[in-house]
Write a protein that binds this ligand. Structure first.
Ligand SMILES: [Zn+2]
Length: 472
């Protein structure tokens, strides 16, 4: 404190702030001093000219340890940093050297990608590439632990790369600020030895697998949804590719995404950690990678099963020996059409089942509420969605139960009508406006001719009518 006599002119907060900053600087300096001291212990004085690219950080060549010449010894800073790896007999210097000379691409900086990138960075992979085209959002943070609140609204790749560099400044982190597409995937994937699929949608899963086959890269594939997760290593040591196992995509209805179905944050965390582990094993040739086998996690019952999966299929259109699928075919392939689902998590597949006359917009609905028009609002979301938030005086009958509960709907309509002879209007809402269309279709078939769909559901209501209505 420079002659301030205990703070004359400066606030207590300012002094405390500076103290905290200086302490942090001191901590940083102490760490650097410790690293340099350990480097000094293991480095012999060597002519400056002999320091090669892999020489220790301070410029001295680490060529002599314990009196024996070891041209390929690890640089001193690595010995100290990774000492717990080096102490593992099965991993050791050789494992660390292989890891530090490997390059791994993590596709997706979300729930799976967070632990993958953090652990690969901390473990000392040579080059870590991260691909993602999205920005950090508040509802990511419960599972995407690489991102912090301060990064909300900023690029996920930038956020993830900064976090990795903060953990380990000695590795190279490459930022790819875009989503992977058939037009750019070959160019990006080509630069790496190993690929980790940490994405959450079906077309991207097919695309990454095809790309890895074409470029002959092992693929560490993970998935997490709800309270379940799975993990395997494709296209490695004769193991299958994704298309060998799933030549045809499942029907659209079977494809769930965590933005629709939910996911407990720690589940992708567990799978992501194991993806990092498998990537390290493949990079270093240590242990037995999970190729030809699939790990299935059931978080609710705390059960992990590992099942054998068949090897590469001789009739696979992509990886079979006689496959005619080329890189040009890949670049032109429409993965969204193939799987009938979008590559982006943002755009939910939107149905178009009804004529104009059977639909109204959120704004139109709002104005008829304001006018006091007698009507019944039917919310067809699942009951646990209805519990999150709902519009006033709405009746919840989930779409799946609608047909059997038509008598209940009839009764509610009669109560709404009261003594009036006219049948009140019936409006149907859901989360995003797909299920409500299916419901209106069913209701009209069953004689509820006044049923109308509220276009875009509660999501549009929050956007167009009431910004305070909580989105989820
Ligand atoms: Zn295949």
């Amino acid at each position: 404190m420079d002659g301030g006599g205990g703070g004359g002119g400066r606030s207590r907060e300012a002094v405390a702030g500076e103290l905290e900053r200086l302490r942090a600087e001191k901590k940083e300096l102490d760490l650097r001093i410790r690293l340099l001291e350990s480097e000094l212990e293991t480095c012999s004085p060597a002519p400056a000219s002999s320091a090669g690219e892999n020489a220790c950080g301070a410029g001295g060549a680490c060529q002599t340890r314990r009196g024996f010449a070891q041209d390929d010894a690890l640089p001193a800073y690595m010995i100290y940093r990774y000492s717990r790896h080096l102490l593992l007999p099965d991993f050791g210097v050789e494992g660390q050297r292989k890891l530090s000379s490997s390059s791994i691409l993590v596709v997706g900086a979300g729930g799976l990608g967070s632990p993958v990138a953090l652990y690969l960075a901390a473990s000392g992979v040579g080059v870590l590439g991260i691909v993602d085209g999205d920005d950090v959002e508040l509802n990511n943070l419960h599972r995407q632990i690489i991102h912090q609140e301060a990064y909300i609204g900023r690029s996920k790749v930038k956020s993830a790369a900064d976090a990795c560099r903060a953990i380990n400044s000695s590795i190279k982190v490459v930022e790819h600020h875009h989503n992977l597409k058939p037009s750019n995937a070959l160019e990006v994937v080509r630069k790496y030895d190993i690929v980790v699929d940490a994405t959450d949608n079906l077309p991207t899963r097919y695309m990454i697998s095809d790309c890895c086959v074409l470029l002959n890269k092992p693929l560490i594939s993970g998935a997490a949804l709800g309270l379940e997760g799975q993990l395997t290593v494709y296209h490695h040591n004769g193991s299958a590719c994704y298309r060998c196992l799933f030549p045809n995509p499942p029907p659209v209805a079977a494809c769930q995404r965590c933005s629709d179905s939910g996911v407990l944050g720690v589940v992708p965390g567990v799978i992501g950690c194991m993806q990092a582990l498998e990537a390290i094993k493949v990079a270093t040739d240590v242990g037995e990678p999970l190729s030809g086998r699939m790990l299935l996690l059931d978080a609710l019952s705390a059960r992990i099963r590992i099942v054998k999966i068949r090897g590469s299929s001789p009739v696979c259109t992509i990886c079979a020996e006689n496959s005619v699928f080329t890189q040009e075919d890949f670049q032109k392939f429409n993965y969204e059409a193939f799987t009938s689902s979008p590559m982006s998590d943002k755009s939910a597949p939107s149905l178009d089942l009804l004529p104009e006359s059977a639909r109204i917009t959120c704004r139109e609905y709002k104005s008829l509420v304001d006018k006091g028009e007698p009507h019944l609002l039917l919310d067809v979301r699942p009951a646990h969605h209805f519990q999150i938030v709902s519009l006033p005086r709405s009746l919840n009958i989930p779409l799946a139960a609608l047909e059997e509960k038509l008598p209940m709907l009839e009764t509610s309509l009669k109560e709404t009508a009261g003594s009036s002879d006219e049948q009140p209007s019936l409006y149907v809402v859901c989360r995003r406006g797909n299920d409500s269309q299916s419901a209106v279709q069913l209701l009209r078939e069953k004689g509820f001719h006044s049923a109308k769909d509220i276009v875009g559901g509660l999501q549009c209501w929050a956007q167009d009518v009431n910004p305070d209505f909580p989105a989820y």
